[in-house]
Design a protein around this ligand. Structure first.
Ligand SMILES: [Zn+2]
Length: 180
């Protein structure tokens, strides 16, 4: 079921409710370091909650999410901070079945068309030669995770002691399988 996006007032009312009913003053004293020295890179897919499906508690791990659990510049930046400043010793890269980013890997040009239609930027300009690659689409979620694991393991800015492993979340069953 889909709803209209909330207004700013609704969001602020939601926050007021949170402060009144749930906010824990101890949160402000909490360590900024992730308790389990773990970072998880996951897709922004809204069908699962990363901490919940891994049995983690708030504050246990740094959770980095983006479309397609990609190791792009933004993710690398966050991981470098997590490893070199925040004590992270282990990185889990978690892909999932039925990832929407596999459509982009198959040459879905909807995003480019929508940009052109909604902004007036000519389609030819949107579709610069590397647009599809830059969006980060892929065809096989499992292979995509394994490639990301290899990329991190071989990255010169991470210590060889960093443990990196790949996971695949099954959207149909909720089960997670270890890949590497
Ligand atoms: Zn996804």
């Amino acid at each position: 079921m889909q709803f209209d996006p909330p207004s700013l007032e609704q969001l602020l009312a939601g926050n007021a409710h949170f402060v009144a009913s749930e906010w824990n003053p101890e949160d402000s004293e909490r360590e900024a370091l992730p308790r389990l020295k773990l970072a998880v890179v996951a897709c922004m897919d809204s069908r699962y909650n990363v901490e919940k499906v891994l049995g983690l508690n708030h504050g246990d791990a740094k959770i980095i999410r983006n479309a397609g659990n990609c190791i792009d510049d933004g993710t690398l930046r966050s991981l470098l901070v997590a490893v070199h400043l925040l004590g992270v010793e282990e990185v889990a890269i978690m892909g999932h079945t039925k990832c929407g980013m596999t459509q982009i890997g198959r040459g879905d040009f909807r995003i480019a068309h929508n940009i052109a239609q909604s902004t007036g930027v000519p389609l030819s300009e949107v579709m610069r030669p590397d647009f599809q690659r830059w969006l980060g689409g892929f065809t096989d979620p499992e292979e995509h995770v394994l490639r990301s694991v290899a990329l991190l393991c071989g990255h010169p800015y991470f210590p060889k002691t960093l443990r990196v492993f790949g996971l695949l979340y099954d959207n149909e069953t909720g089960l997670i399988r270890a890949l590497a």
